[in-house]
Design a protein. Sequence first.
Length: 400
Amino acid sequence: MASTAHHQVLIVGGGSAGVSVAARLRRAGVRDIGIVEPATTHYYQPLWTLVGGGRAPVKESARPEHSVVPKGVTWIQERVEDIDPEGTVTTDRGNRISYDRLVVCPGIQLDWDRVPGLADGIHTPHISSVYRPDLAPKTWELIRGLRSGTAVFTMPAGPIKCGGAPQKIAYLAADYWREQGVLPDIRIVLVLPTPTMFGVPVFATELERVVARYGIEVRHSSELVEVDPDGRRVTIADHAAHTKDSIDFDLLHVVPPQSAPDWLKATPLADPANPAGYVEIDKHTMRHVHYPHIFALGDAGSSPNSKTGAAIRKQAPVVAQNVIAGLKGSAGLPASYDGYSSCPIVTSRHKMLLAEFDYEGTPRPSFPVIDATRERRDMWYLKRYGLPYLYWNLMLRGRV
């Protein structure tokens, strides 16, 4: 039987964004907070690339959702199906939840069916992806089992979460094959939709050195447009040359196109100018451009930053401060987000390049005393151990 409820602050999504904001609001004294999240497991998704590269166990990426929801916050274990910006959310059980302030952060949707052959192909023996926890271990098995042939790694056009992951898994694979002495027998093709290796030139230059070291064949301004899983063949479109090319593969690692969840695209919150359906927000205040009592952050927001956990870490305090200001009746918004994001790009099984930057593409190093424009062994330990610790013990508790 459908019911109604009300929360002073209602958060749609119990991932890193939703939990981080809830923790900050609780620490600031907000008492009536609800989180709508259907999943029972909370994942630290950045670890999945290391799982796929054989450098971490998948079990380390998962914890029960109830263990990360802040104490005193009501966890509504249902799935949102619609949002009325005038003040209510409807769930899959037909329940209606009203709110004074709404924070929208349901994450991003993996659109496997947008590439012909991919939705079925991902279940076949030679195709995998680190973008799902059930597939990341399969990725490692494919990498470990390949001794010769062609390995293709693809990245779709448009915003995706963890934009460095399509490259990272290629480098982890290449370095493993180098260690095994089989790299000369494997053709590695990296398909990128961008004209350069990275959007910030200083980091692009370093990544050019990395692909040269491994002998990786990079297809720039290109995209996977079709998969023939039975024939083990992919079709690659070169958007710059307006041509298509077929490549036979022995291993295919794919990253699917991504967008806002379908239900969110159908709400008035979605940006009408963007078919991906992200919530239309001011990129600095994170507030909806039409509905002042609604905020969004994380992967489902329209802010043009890289969709990473590091961006959420900087967005969460902005959203929390601005929500609190509104609850107190303040006319202005005290906090602003400058577009900071970072891509911890693993370049080998022992090194990482920590690319940090803002909306302007200006490098924003957290450790200015070291040269962060080069791949470094000490940054590997940050990726493998430091960042997971920060995530579980500090970020999700609203402390950083």
